[in-house]
Design a protein around this ligand. Structure first.
Ligand code: CUA
Length: 178
């Protein structure tokens, strides 16, 4: 809902900006007769190029803005694949993640919360490079989507100091090849 408002406002503002540029461009053309024919044709070429740039700009914005919001309430990805909801609940000092097995290409939507204090949900790929992260907070459900790109064991670590056994808060997520 909010995203639709933002989208509409963006489109309107871009339209106003384009109209403003067009108005300035048209105004500039009326003075062209004061210059020689070479200058006039150079200015005409520039106007055409500018028009082309505007069309490309509108096209690119139309295509990419339509993909907003990046995390939406839709239950499928833009390619139509089903999104797997996943509960990820933190507590001192463990993660409960269900389900925790996926296949490459599958998109998981983690619903991250906490039973006690603040924790940090951090997802690491099989090379232990962090690929996604969100806070795990009591009383809130933070939504995080991630599409698994590689087979192997991903890990979830806690990124927020949460007590003496903070370092033991880790869990495995297994991702199978197709
Ligand atoms: Cu949970 Cu640190």
């Amino acid at each position: 809902m909010v995203q639709e408002v933002v989208w509409t406002v963006s489109i309107v503002l871009m339209g106003v900006l384009a109209a403003l540029f067009a108005w300035v461009a048209v105004g500039a053309n009326t003075a062209l007769a004061d210059y020689g024919p070479m200058v006039a044709s150079a200015y005409r070429a520039r106007t055409w190029l500018f028009g082309l740039a505007i069309i490309v700009l509108i096209g690119v914005n139309y295509d990419t803005l339509g993909k907003l919001p990046y995390v939406s309430s839709l239950s499928v990805t833009s390619s139509g694949a089903a999104i797997q909801p996943v509960d990820a609940v933190a507590e001192q000092w463990a993660w409960t993640i269900s389900p925790n097995t996926f296949t490459v290409g599958q998109t998981a939507e983690f619903h991250v919360s906490s039973k006690d204090v603040n924790h940090g949900f951090a997802l690491y790929d099989p090379d232990m490079r962090i690929v996604a992260q969100v806070q795990a907070m009591p009383g809130y459900v933070n939504v995080l989507r991630y599409t698994f790109t590689r087979p192997g064991t991903y890990r979830v670590l806690c990124l927020e100091y949460c007590g003496v056994a903070h370092h033991e808060m880790n869990a495995d997520i297994r991702v199978a090849a197709h």
